[in-house]
Design a protein around this ligand. Structure first.
Ligand code: NAD
Ligand code: ZN
Length: 252
């Protein structure tokens, strides 16, 4: 048996014995759904400069430029993406009564699509656009891209309901996440580079509250060996599928 197989069994045992699991997910969990992450191999930041496209000042300075590159590309990718085995595995863990809340940094809506019911979208949602003038909302999939940037009937520019760099996390999302992180007995950290604060602090809160912290990621992160109890090195979908199969056997 490989080290990874061993750790998958260990995670399944830990989860089966838990009563309140919370997951923190990042862009890595959606990679197997075809959505590229920001950092790491194949990440979007290899192609474009985040400060030039993902900062609120960049958007306000030149919305057409940010729409034309970042937002349009994201819309194309997100419109087609489907939940993978990692999203489905987390939905199954909720069905089994183990997983209570998903805190996600992702804006792709794939956790809800998989069936999780309590999802805190820390960085907002790409499913909706909001007019910057009259605050009228429109579903992203219904946005007309013939004109860039797309505009509302009032003439105002639409922006996605996501948090750009330089913007604050909505306080209600932050406080709910902190509460969830402090209440769990296991924090599953999947596919996040854990370098964007304050999301990366949630596992620290869990650890300090006595929870076990388990990471799933093909690469080590700043949490590895410091905050997390162990890391299962591998792809989110593959690893989560195996863990959930083991959990089902243990609790049936
Ligand atoms: P990140 O881009 O900083 O890091 C991605 C992490 O995923 C890395 O640690 C990488 O090793 C790991 N990874 C790569 N492939 C993986 C796989 N198959 N399985 C598991 N892990 C894998 O992502 P982040 O930590 O979420 O922070 C970046 C910010 O980017 C977030 O705030 C989020 O809002 C935004 N973002 C969201 C999406 C999305 O909604 N899907 C996509 C890109 C970026
Ligand atoms: Zn408007």
């Amino acid at each position: 048996m490989t080290v990874t197989d061993d750790l998958i069994k260990r995670a399944a045992k830990d989860l089966a014995a838990a009563s309140h699991v919370v997951a923190l997910t990042g862009a890595g969990i959606s990679v197997e759904s075809g959505i590229p992450p920001f950092r790491g191999k194949g990440g979007l930041w290899e192609k474009i400069d985040p400060m030039e496209y993902a900062h609120i000042d960049a958007f306000l300075r030149d919305p057409a430029k940010v729409w034309g590159v970042l937002i349009k590309e994201m819309k194309d990718v997100v419109d087609q993406a489907l939940p993978n085995d990692a999203h489905k595995g987390l939905a199954r863990l909720e069905d089994l009564g183990l997983l209570k809340t998903v805190i996600t940094q992702n804006v792709d809506g794939l956790h809800q699509a998989a069936g999780n019911t309590d999802v805190i979208e820390f960085h907002g949602s790409f499913a909706w656009q909001k007019c910057m003038d009259c605050h009228n909302r429109c579903e992203t999939r219904k946005i007309n891209l013939e004109q860039i940037p797309p505009r509302c009937n009032c003439g105002g520019i639409f922006r996605p309901e996501v948090i750009f760099f330089g913007e604050l996390i909505p306080p209600q999302h932050l406080s709910r996440s902190q509460l969830a992180a402090s209440q769990c007995d296991i924090m599953l950290v999947i596919g996040t580079s854990a370098v964007v604060q304050p999301a990366s602090l949630m596992p620290v809160i869990s650890k300090e509250s006595g929870a076990k912290v388990i990471e799933i990621n093909p690469e080590r992160t700043p949490l590895t060996g410091t905050v997390s109890d162990y890391i299962i090195l591998g792809k989110a979908g593959e690893v989560t599928r195996k863990i959930v199969t083991e959990v089902e056997q243990l609790i049936s």
